[in-house]
Design a protein around this ligand. Structure first.
Ligand code: NDP
Ligand code: GDR
Length: 346
């Protein structure tokens, strides 16, 4: 697989995506292929198939016979392979989406999360320099609203100070600043997209939106009796992943490298998400009890549908994230969709 080099290295439209098998990577690959790019992706070796989100792309003539999608085994913890892939493919644009991206898991895998999310970003930047491409290659870094953590202002914009609240956010903080530093030190075209939560039917099943929508479906089909959740009162600014990958591309099409907040500008609680998800199958939810004893019941039958389980609480929580996408709207001409559609698309 790694033997497949770039078939059109003089082409300006050659992109490399780390994290191509993830939610965002799969939408971005689709988006770039449709725009005529030759797309290279870094694929982690796994004992079971991890290409489910991009499998359908092989069916596309442009990818299958047109040679527009290539996967290379690699890992953000392996400098040598990054140098090799970048030297061979000579991408004009790199999208660094690869990460251990689960906030709760990062408390258990803190060192690994730092290796991938923090040092992985540094390795990628250095690999571009070692390949001698620092003046030719634009780089997008997947930064996150989790950087704002215990927020110091609402809504959060490009000037809001950071206050990370998890090993994941601390690792991403390093990623953010090393990108800024390489831009200033080496005049590289490297940008942070500070993206707020974005979801889709391809979202990992242990993130709260997919967990809720799948839970509601299973309860409706009689395959599960109730859903167990953690903090019901945290609020997130949820958008759709398809919209957000377009913003990533737009960020790299600007004349100057800059950082952008990408968000919908609307926040909703997990509790509200649960209520709206059950409303989709015609059920109202009535809440009883408080804190760890809180439960949600069917408004008509009193059947218990939701139960709080402290196992899903985080040692330090991020209570409210609400982004101000004014700069992205004004400079990129980027427009997000609303919350109602999101529920349908999850
Ligand atoms: P996913 O968890 O769906 O995808 C993560 C991707 O990274 C997968 O392709 C995964 O591979 C890959 N990956 C994990 N570890 C490594 C590693 N050591 N080396 C190389 N690749 C690795 O995340 P999303 O698509 O949701 O997010 C994309 C990026 O954007 C991430 O960096 C995330 O932190 C960031 N982000 C996401 C937001 C969101 O709401 N979705 C918001 C803000 C930022 P595999 O498939 O093999 O596991
Ligand atoms: P988040 O997403 O931590 O914001 O990170 P997640 O969906 O995991 O949590 C959102 C909020 O829901 C609360 N919650 C639960 N979360 C999960 N996963 N499972 C539960 O059972 C549950 N119950 C309540 C959480 O406490 C939290 O407040 C995502 C990731 O994609 C990051 O990579 C990205 O950087 C940020 O979004 C922006």
């Amino acid at each position: 697989m790694s033997g497949e080099g770039s078939s059109s290295t003089n082409n300006n439209k050659v992109a490399l995506i780390t994290g191509i098998t993830g939610q965002d990577g799969s939408y971005l690959a689709e988006f770039l292929i449709d725009k005529g790019y030759e797309v290279h992706g870094v694929l982690r070796r796994s004992s079971s198939f991890n290409t489910g989100r991009i499998q359908h792309l092989y069916g596309k003539p442009a990818c299958h016979t047109g040679g527009r999608m290539h996967l290379h085994y690699g890992d953000l913890t392996d400098t040598t392979c990054l140098i090799s892939i970048i030297s061979k493919t000579r991408p004009k644009e790199i999208y660094n989406l690869g990460a251990q991206s689960h906030v709760k898991v990062s408390f258990e895998l803190s060192e690994y999360t730092a290796q991938v999310d923090a040092l992985g970003t540094l390795r990628l930047l250095e690999a571009v320099r070692v390949a001698g491409l620092e003046k030719d290659t634009k780089i997008y870094q997947a930064s996150t609203s989790e950087l704002y953590g215990k927020v110091v202002e609402v809504p959060q914009n490009e000037n809001t100070p950071f206050y990370p609240r998890s090993p994941y956010a601390c690792a991403k903080l390093y990623g953010y600043w090393i990108v800024v530093n390489y831009r200033e030190a080496y005049n590289m075209f490297v940008c942070n997209g500070v993206l707020f939560n974005h979801e889709s039917p391809r979202r990992g099943e242990n993130f709260v939106t997919r967990k809720i929508t799948r839970g509601v479906a299973k309860i409706t089909l009689g395959l599960m009796s109730y859903l167990e959740l953690g903090n019901l009162d945290s609020k997130r600014d949820w958008g759709h992943a398809k919209d957000f990958v377009e913003a990533m591309w737009l960020i790299l099409q600007q004349d100057e490298p800059e950082d952008f907040v990408v968000a919908t500008g609307e926040a909703h609680s997990v509790r509200e998400f649960v209520e709206k998800a059950f409303a989709c199958v015609g059920r109202g939810v009535v809440w009883k009890g408080r804190g760890v004893d809180e439960t949600g019941h069917d408004a008509d039958t009193d059947q218990m549908l939701v139960k709080v389980n402290p196992k899903y609480f985080r040692p330090t929580e991020v209570d409210l994230l609400l982004g101000d996408p004014a700069k992205a709207k004004q400079k990129l001409g980027w427009v997000p969709r609303g919350f109602v559609q999101i529920l349908w698309l999850c």
